[in-house]
Design a protein around this ligand. Structure first.
Ligand code: SF4
Length: 132
């Protein structure tokens, strides 16, 4: 992915080549890494509403907040690597659960992969709805 060859996704502008395994301040390489997929009933009521919020927690973070409540995920990188196609499937699985929204938690470092995953999910959804 060209945008990752000199990463300037966030204001840190590390300009590292994540495609070559270099890592910047966020410690992300070119792979998507997620820690948790869940239906979150306990976000603020305006977000969770009735069916809950379809959360996807991304691993690592471009910030280093001293009191991060998810530090194992954000600072220690806890999680598993997935392909962009798998992320698209996760979006669709969350949607199938009729969640009120898809809630991307700390997604900034993966913005371009997420855009690709949304495109794939939209294509798959269109294909599936043509079959109904
Ligand atoms: S996303 Fe990561 S590597 Fe890219 S500029 Fe921000 S901190 Fe640096």
């Amino acid at each position: 992915m060209q945008e990752l060859e000199s990463c300037e996704i966030c204001p840190h502008r590390c300009k590292v080549n994540r495609e070559n395994g270099q890592i910047g301040r966020c410690r992300c390489n070119d792979k998507i890494k997620i820690a948790l997929v869940s239906v979150h009933q306990y976000e603020e009521p305006c977000i969770s509403r009735i069916n809950g919020s379809g959360t996807i927690f991304f691993s690592n973070c471009n910030l280093n907040c001293m009191y991060c409540q998810n530090y194992e995920i954000s600072q220690l990188g806890k999680g598993r690597e997935i392909l962009v196609e798998e992320l698209a499937d996760i979006f669709l699985e969350q949607q199938a659960k009729k969640v009120n929204n898809i809630n991307l938690v700390t997604p900034t470092m993966y913005a371009y992969q997420i855009i690709e995953a949304i495109k794939i999910a939209r294509k798959k959804r269109t294909r599936n709805s043509n079959n109904i």
